[in-house]
Design a binder for this molecule. Structure first.
Ligand SMILES: Cc1cc2nc3c(=O)[nH]c(=O)nc-3n(C[C@H](O)[C@H](O)[C@H](O)COP(=O)(O)O)c2cc1C
Length: 409
């Protein structure tokens, strides 16, 4: 059970959290004053004027599911099978780069909560603990998210993928949707720079966040832990400079094919928004896609992910697994996404808000909340399994059609 057997104090805390912070909106209010402003806004912000960020949420909310009654729901099965393994529910933790800046020690907390609750954790290239450590904490549920490294040769991308394979990551996830660095106005206004530096402005914000400062004292300043080996020196400044210089640019499909050749397990791409890109991924031997727009952090005119999901699912049918993220904050959202065709969902900000608002147990709180809310959503709708959820009667006003994608058949 989450919280650790026999740790009554912790279990009590979790029960208290469930009463006092029942929704992610409650966590947002608390996180806002618990962590420094630059960290909160880095987490919550999006690209440009944030239309895309807001559209993810409003489009998800517009999806309606019709309940059926008169069904015995005493035995609802929330589990879902992904790449040959059965997980507790169709929710996982999305990769969050530099997670330790928002909550020091976040990577470890995510890994342990994922393992304890049997949900997948896509740990990022830019996480603040190494992939080797993460697999130790979460041996059964760690997936590895790969960014392009050294975009001219991709030599480091191949090396990093190999490290993840040797460490024991179950699934490789290559992120496609950061071909260029996005303009994120909140970070510019807050003076958030890379390498991260304590300027008078950031120092002032940090001084007003004693819980966060205490966590920094316990866990140390965050670093790009996976990069230390590549950068040739373990210190923060050298690794940050390495990230600045070598991480970035997109993955051309030829590189995806090269990595696919070397990675022996399941491999997927993250950031797919067009059915033709999903088809391309499958044609290279990939096992699925993550329909994602990076949580609205890259392009404000992008459609909401929920709106492109049904056509992508329809196009690839049963030939690959369709995962979904960007805007998921509740078990009801999980049901909405499954009803629109996803095999499973992931969430980024919701899990990080858990840590920022509640401290070290926040990831566990969110894992429990998602699974419990999803169980309630299934039961309320007379759905006995995740498979049935994928066939629930749904009305989806914003759904894109083949015509919108300019697909001519
Ligand atoms: C602060 C932050 C950092 C992120 N870093 C990464 C990353 O390093 N790699 C990646 O593939 N996606 C990254 N993402 C995108 C998430 O993995 C995920 O797609 C997105 O958060 C989903 O939207 P949601 O936050 O509304 O759940 C990041 C998102 C946030 C909020």
């Amino acid at each position: 059970m989450a919280g650790g057997a026999g740790d009554d104090a912790k279990l009590e805390t979790l029960a208290e959290f469930r009463r006092r912070y029942p929704m992610v909106g409650d966590l947002e209010k608390r996180a806002k004053w618990r962590i420094p402003r630059f960290a909160y806004e880095f987490l919550q912000g999006g690209a440009g004027d944030e239309t895309g960020l807001n559209r993810n949420r409003s489009a998800l909310k517009a999806v309606e599911v019709v309940p059926r009654y008169g069904i015995d729901v005493s035995k609802v099965d929330t589990s879902v099978e992904l790449f040959g393994r059965r997980y507790a529910a169709p929710i996982g933790i999305s990769p969050i780069g530099f997670d330790g800046m928002m909550w020091p020690g976040a990577t470890e907390r995510f890994a342990k909560a994922a393992q304890a609750h049997n949900i997948p954790y896509m740990v990022g290239t830019l996480a603040c603990s190494t992939i080797e450590k993460v697999v130790e904490w979460a041996p059964d549920v760690t997936w590895f998210q790969l960014y392009p490294m050294a975009p001219n040769t991709h030599q480091y991308s191949l090396e990093m993928a190999e490290r993840a394979r040797v460490a024991g990551a179950k699934v490789l996830v290559a992120t496609l949707d950061v071909p260029v660095r996005a303009k994120r106005p909140r970070d510019l206004r807050n003076g958030l720079t890379m390498p991260f530096r304590l300027t008078p402005k950031t120092m002032m914000a940090a001084a007003m966040a004693p819980f966060w400062l205490d966590a920094i004292r316990r866990m140390g300043m965050p670093t790009f832990a996976n990069m230390a080996g590549f950068a040739g020196a373990p210190d923060r400044v050298t690794t940050s400079a390495f990230v600045q210089k070598h991480i970035g640019g997109g993955f051309p499909w030829e590189q995806i094919a090269r990595i696919r050749d070397k990675w022996t397990g399941p491999m997927i791409v993250k950031g797919v928004m067009h059915p033709a890109d999903a088809v391309k991924a499958l044609s290279l031997g990939l096992n699925g896609v993550v329909v994602s727009n990076h949580g609205g952090r890259q392009f404000d005119a992008a459609p909401a992910t929920i709106d492109v999901l049904p056509e992508i699912t329809r196009t690839i049918g049963t030939r690959g697994t369709v995962l979904f993220d960007s805007g998921v904050v509740s078990g009801v959202d999980m049901l909405r996404a499954l009803a629109c065709g996803a095999n499973s969902c992931f969430a980024g900000r919701a899990f990080m808000l858990g840590l920022a608002a509640l401290g070290d147990h926040g990831a566990t709180h969110m894992a429990q909340a998602f699974i419990e809310e999803y169980r309630i959503a299934l039961g309320q709708n007379g759905l006995l399994s995740s498979d049935e959820a994928r066939h629930a009667p749904v009305r989806h006003p914003g759904a894109w059609t083949a015509d919108n994608f300019q697909i001519r058949t």
